[in-house]
Design a protein around this ligand. Structure first.
Ligand SMILES: Cc1cc2nc3c(=O)[nH]c(=O)nc-3n(C[C@H](O)[C@H](O)[C@H](O)COP(=O)(O)O)c2cc1C
Length: 389
């Protein structure tokens, strides 16, 4: 695999004095990329992940922003370089939260979210709601930057946004200009509008236009699900790096695979047995993080639903390498066996026996997946519900 793989023009980027290699970010995903999931990706990637970011932290609710009670702020020292992402619509509250987080946790960067499409966030004017009110976004960036400069000037401010509210109001170039004017030092652009939610494909032409005009690193985001796609996006759209969200749920090894490819190393082929071994590891990380057994079970199933879609019969194993239908059938049975487990212990037992049974002729090849939304993961499928709001 990946013989003659072309190394992209850019394999790292700078965030102020920090050299980020590989040029990847694990995209923040609320309800997914908590410390145990990030830890899992880190271990599977041989600790080569570029940047990690917290799930987004709300700032509107508290009268005075208080670190306690925001579990999203928990991270391990070995996760550095680590950024904390905040969201809200009140510039003073955002600034106060940024200051407190910066002073107490000293993350490598603080990021403002201008991308969340959820009605309870965007509908109230924060997240991607800020894209309908750029003066407010500017004020937030100004205040947060001021708070950081006054308290922790060594911590850069970054922004993550979408390309606009809807296809009639794409304003990524204005957002970029505002961001640069306010001293933002890295912009991650998710190439969808708010109205799209997570449907359709990200528009990389807009990401490319922003990257071409920018003086700061622009990180492209949307639908990156393999080493090859990452390389193609970096080379063809001129981005400084890529941010990977759902692709990491399908393939938590992806950051290490990218690092291997960028370093010119041969690709390591993952067997289904190896892939099934992530479940006990993830469970351990969840429990160590204080999760209940039920909570851990939910996350194991969330991962199983995605990961098992990458299973297919090993084509090189003569008769075992059957037609695609047969391949899908076996992979589906493995997935079902895990998802129908009654509790975490049963899921872990099943994962163990599947390794010797059904899954023994499977390999893990998630690059065959094109639709990151998946067919049935309705809990993670957004978009339709926003239409018309
Ligand atoms: C379940 C879920 C939760 C998300 N939570 C956040 C979040 O907290 N902050 C954020 O900036 N983006 C969030 N996103 C958006 C992702 O970071 C990313 O921009 C989006 O999924 C597109 O990238 P992808 O195609 O690589 O998944 C979330 C996405 C999903 C699917």
């Amino acid at each position: 695999m990946l013989n003659n793989f072309k190394i992209p023009k850019k394999t790292s980027f700078r965030l102020r004095s920090l050299e980020v290699f590989p040029n990847t970010i694990l995209s923040p995903m609320d309800g997914v990329t908590d410390a145990p999931f990030r830890r899992l990706c880190r271990v599977l990637s041989g600790d080569r992940m570029g940047l990690l970011v917290s799930e987004f932290v709300p700032t509107d609710g508290d009268a005075v922003f208080c670190l306690d009670g925001h579990k999203q702020l928990r991270f391990f020292p070995e996760e550095r370089p680590f950024g904390v992402q905040i969201f809200g619509r009140f510039p003073d509250k955002m600034a106060a939260a940024a200051r407190k987080i910066a002073e107490s946790l000293k993350p490598e960067f603080i990021e403002v979210n201008a991308g969340c499409p959820a009605p309870k966030v965007a509908g109230k004017g924060s997240g991607s709601g800020l894209l309908r009110d750029l003066p407010r976004l500017q004020e937030i960036l100004h205040e947060v930057k001021g708070a950081l400069d006054a308290s922790c000037p060594d911590i850069p401010l970054t922004l993550k946004c979408r390309i606009g509210w809807d296809s009639d109001s794409i304003n990524i170039m204005e957002t970029l200009a505002i961001a640069e004017g306010e001293g933002v030092e890295m912009l991650t652009v998710h190439g969808r509008t708010r109205l799209q939610g997570y449907n359709g494909l990200a528009d990389w032409d807009w990401i490319g236009k922003a990257a071409a005009a920018a003086r700061i690193p622009v990180i492209g985001n949307g639908d990156v699900n393999s080493v090859e796609v990452a390389r193609e996006r970096i080379d063809n759209y001129g981005v400084s790096g890529v941010s990977i969200g759902r692709g990491a749920m399908h393939n938590p090894w992806i950051f290490g695979q990218i690092a291997d490819a960028w370093e010119g190393k041969p690709a390591h082929e993952i067997t289904a047995a190896e892939a099934l071994d992530v479940f006990p590891l993830y469970y351990k990380f969840k429990i160590e993080d204080g999760s209940t057994d039920k909570g851990a079970e939910g996350r194991l199933k969330q991962l199983a639903a995605r990961l098992c879609k990458g299973f297919c019969l090993d084509e090189r194993r003569g008769e075992a390498g059957g037609a695609d239908n047969e391949s899908q059938d076996v992979a589906m049975q493995v997935r079902q066996a895990l998802l129908s487990s009654a509790c975490a212990a049963e899921l872990l037992d099943r994962a163990q026996s599947l390794k010797e049974g059904l899954a023994k002729d499977l390999v893990f090849d998630p690059s065959r997946l094109v639709n990151l939304n998946g067919a049935k993961e309705t809990e993670l499928k957004f978009g339709d519900q926003f239409k018309g709001r």
